[in-house]
Ligand binder design. Structure first.
Ligand SMILES: *Cc1c(COP(=O)(O)O)cnc(C)c1O
Length: 699
């Protein structure tokens, strides 16, 4: 979901790497059981693959916390856990999006350095001048920062719509930086772009629809401003991965070759052939395979030189986006990865274009890329907390008595006899007995207590079998799902629809890991369930070296270290403070007695924020911009997330009207004697307080 028409088919390419298990099976410990005292942070590094996707920005320190080095290997680092605690201390509740301004700067520097290196290496007679596609993340502080750090490189902006053009025109202040005008255009769009040349902007109007050619001709004649025009070509090179349909003969975008020729003729007839200076293409986002990029560049280079031969004053070649991010760190052409690095990307572009131009003895173009994902992803980290967990397993089952129901005795016997030799058979027995127990219950032959007992025994069997499965090199097909079936549910304080829409909409993978306790073995296996009342509001696919994994290794929640009882809130909270943590049964823990457990969702700086939606009215999260300072860090910007009043206003509810309506009803209830004065005041206070509070849960 990146503004492209997307294919709904999920493509599962085989990763190219050989079988190479990260964590030897025998070191994996049973579900939620006590951990080895010897677990090391190196083991956590391997398990969560942090070097693969996080280098050089994220790593783990000696106390088992994730650290952030926003300047890569060239500067200080911050303890992410401590940072979160400090921000919470400033009343910034979770979920919290942290943007690291220095990472953004580092990405821009890297991209420019890679092209500079490639240009030097191949003796390329032109230069590189990138632009940032605003659609990737339009937030003001980010775009402003980007323009600022891009200044030394004359880095420009790309707009894909009229609103984005408004942003770009007002924000871009770098002399000579390009303003690439993409997207569908009407008269007003083109007129505004052309007039901005009078302010010193350098807009290039990229023709995406043939009708735009005539519009540009008319408007520039009327204004007396000579435009710089580009054309977007529909390449025949097939893209790859989820956004691969952005190219190819039936792609949504760009002009076919006959259309380009017709546009060239129109411009020539209008005496504007000189204005045509740029060729643009975009093969789709997250292009995992370098071969696809090479093919596209080769095809585009030929179109470029041909346009030059037709008399156009070609000067720019814009290779669009597509530079991918290695979300799973596998360095493969898997859709969540890429089999090349930024330097390879720059090298291939520079080398291919140079060769094509040399062969036809034409000047080398200024190279433009519109890399969005590659610039914006790393800088944002979403931190959220776990509210509680739910396990299928509820403690060690008690032995079956002689006089218990036969089905229970059978399950007990199965449970007792599970061995490495018979676990597969035992699994089928347990399933069958459990099914029988359900039928017996439905027919009235088992009581609720008996059925619950049967179920408990069934899960105990599964757990025992799972522990054996984890020690095996080969997992029989019929047992493949047992890890998934036995997974704990970690209820997390976020909305997938608001914060990671691509995870929901297209199963995109993002690295997720705890940001502390990494010197402790994560003995639980879980999936994440969000706050929404939607069964799709979950994350149950996680990055892995091979393909994806269906459960994430997590730590058991634990009791808070003894703290003074805060005793807030009087008569309504007495009950709450007594709940227990980590008891052996079902749903465990309570916010007031357990230690916080923070997870980080990484590489979410591109596309996720703007495409998030208000499902269940969970709004924007709190956001902070952090910059490294000589000592520690500085909070540059703080953008409070939506309050309930704000999200309600998006759906046309007025907070004052709502309060007034509740007030009237409490008055009526008071007159009817169905509420006490104290209760009515409490209700109104709560209602008003909620309206001005964050849409997420507070811990
Ligand atoms: C979306 C888009 C981009 C950005 O693509 P990334 O893969 O995020 O770099 C660039 N150019 C155009 C025309 C786009 O539509």
């Amino acid at each position: 979901m990146t503004g492209e028409l997307t294919s709904t088919i999920s493509i599962r390419e085989q990763k190219q790497q050989p079988h190479h298990p990260d964590i030897p099976a025998h070191t994996r410990l049973p579900h939620g059981r006590s951990s080895r005292p010897t677990w090391t942070i190196e083991e956590s590094e391997k398990l969560y693959r942090i070097q693969g996707w996080g280098e050089p920005y994220f790593s783990i320190n000696a106390v088992g916390h994730v650290t952030v080095s926003p300047k890569g290997d060239r500067g200080g680092s911050l303890d992410l856990f401590e940072l979160v605690e400090a921000l919470k201390g400033r009343n910034l509740e979770l979920p919290l999006l942290i943007r690291f301004s220095d990472i953004l700067a580092d990405r821009i520097e890297r991209l420019n350095a890679c092209f500079a290196k490639a240009i030097a290496r191949y003796n390329y007679p032109g230069r590189y001048q990138g632009v940032y596609p605003v659609k990737c993340n339009q937030h003001r502080h980010l775009v402003e920062e980007l323009v600022q750090v891009g200044h030394p490189y004359q880095f420009g902006l790309e707009a894909g719509s009229k609103p984005e053009l408004m942003i770009a025109l007002a924000t871009l202040k770098t002399d000579g930086a390009l303003l690439i005008c993409n997207g569908h255009k009407d008269r007003e769009y083109i007129e505004t772009a052309l007039l901005s040349m009078r302010l010193g902007q350098k807009p290039i109007i990229v023709i995406e629809q043939l009708e735009e050619v005539q519009l540009v001709i008319d408007i520039s004649a009327k204004l007396g401003i000579e435009p710089i025009v580009g054309v977007r070509a529909k390449l025949s090179t097939k893209g790859s991965g989820r956004w691969g349909e952005s190219t190819g003969d039936r792609a949504k975008f760009g002009l076919t070759l006959p259309e380009i020729l017709s546009g060239v003729n129109q411009l020539r007839d209008a005496g504007l052939l000189n204005a045509l200076q740029l060729l643009h293409f975009h093969i789709g986002s997250q292009t995992s395979a370098i071969s696809v990029i090479k093919d596209a560049i080769r095809e585009a280079s030929q179109i470029y030189v041909e346009l030059r031969a037709l008399g156009a004053n070609m000067n720019y070649l814009d290779v669009g986006g597509g530079l991918a991010i290695d979300y799973d760190g596998s360095k493969t052409n898997f859709h969540a990865s890429k089999n090349y690095n930024m330097q390879n990307y720059a090298n291939d572009i520079v080398a291919e274009v140079k060769e094509a131009c040399e062969a036809r003895q034409i000047p080398a173009p200024v190279l433009i890329s519109e890399s969005g994902r590659a610039i914006a992803s790393h800088q944002s980290v979403l931190i959220f907390d776990v509210l509680n967990t739910s396990d299928v397993l509820s403690g060690e089952p008690a032995p079956a008595h002689q006089n218990e129901h036969l089905i229970i005795r059978n399950l007990w016997e199965t449970y007792g006899n599970i061995t490495v030799e018979n676990y597969q058979e035992a699994y089928h027995d347990a399933i069958q007995f459990n099914e029988e127990a359900k039928s017996l219950f439905n027919l009235g032959y088992l009581s609720l207590t008996q059925r619950a007992r049967a179920e408990q025994l069934y899960w105990a069997c599964c757990e025992k079998i799972l522990n054996i499965v984890r020690t095996q090199d080969y997992v029989p097909d019929d047992l493949e799902d047992i890890e998934k079936i036995m997974a704990s549910i970690y209820y997390v304080n976020l909305s997938v629809f608001q914060s990671v829409p691509d995870s929901w909409a297209m199963n995109q993978l993002f690295p997720i890991m705890p940001i502390h306790r990494l010197n402790e073995e994560p003995t639980c296996r879980g999936i994440l369930a969000d706050l929404t009342c939607d069964s799709d509001g979950k994350i149950n696919q996680f990055i892995d070296l091979r393909d994806v994994k269906s459960v994430l290794e997590l730590h058991p929640l634990r009791k808070a270290k003894v703290q003074e009882n805060q005793g807030s809130g009087g008569e309504f909270t007495d009950k709450d403070t007594q709940s227990t943590v980590l008891e052996e049964s079902g749903t465990t823990s309570h916010p007031q007695t357990r230690e916080p457990y923070y997870l980080g969702l990484f590489l979410v700086g591109a596309y996720q924020e703007i495409m998030g939606n208000l499902h269940n009215l969970f709004g924007n999260t709190n956001t902070v911009h952090i910059r490294l300072a000589p000592r520690g860090y500085e909070i540059e910007h703080l953008v409070k997330g939506d309050t309930i009043t704000e999200v309600l206003s998006y759906v046309q509810y007025d907070a004052e009207d709502l309060v007034e309506s509740i007030r009237r009803r409490t008055e009526q209830a008071l007159r009817d004697n169905s509420i006490t004065l104290a209760e009515s005041q409490r209700l109104l206070q709560n209602y008003q307080k909620s309206l001005s509070s964050y849409t997420y849960l507070s811990s």
